[in-house]
Design a protein around this ligand. Sequence first.
Ligand SMILES: [Fe+2]
Length: 248
Amino acid sequence: MLDLHCHILPGIDDGAKNTDVSLELLEEEKKQGVKAITFTPHFHVNRISLDDFVRAREHSYNKLMSVPEVNDLGIKFKLGAEIYFSTKLNDLDLDELCFTDTNYLLIEFPTDERPYGLTHTLIDIINRGYQPVLAHVERYPYFTSDPTKLYDLIEKGCIAQINSGAVLENNKIAIKYIKWGMAQLISSDCHNMKRRVPNLKDAYRFIEKKFGDEYADWFDKNARDVFNGRYVDMTMPKRPKKVMGMWF
Ligand SMILES: [Fe+2]
């Protein structure tokens, strides 16, 4: 398995606060069977300049790599970011925020109101040659109340990621997204060992049980394709339909 969304880099965001916590998280990732990880610390264009963020991420990464036990884990690492959505993203060179050597960008959104310019900004990002991965799509009320809005973005070239924690909680909409083929990636979004922990193996087992091995294999293949910068072979999702007030 591969984990493409996590907050393991030390001292850079609300994730691991030091290298001890980072190492604990990485050891748990290894126990879970994770072989490759993309580090995705939060990036907020209104709070930090791109240059300062890239410098801080480099510093944090070097600090982590200086811990000998980290190198002994045999896990492959890449850098990335969890980018907070803003229309200002169109004024930025996003290359440094992509998962290393790929054109994949992990983007998160506000969890209250649908932000102004969401669709147009994502389309502009796609037209510039990037591939947006939409972080934890089970969290946004403007998608969950009308999943066709998310379907339309997937059709335009976005990839939808759900959190392993939501799967394990049997989150209704996360389960429906899986059923509809509307989530292509599962990641841990782990922050520390108490809250949002590394639990990918548990989520994959849950999916195997509920949906069958082929679903779990499909998620794993998608994660490998994204990590390696290949196109994800999208099984076209089913467009949800509303019947008697319920989405099917
Ligand atoms: Fe995150």
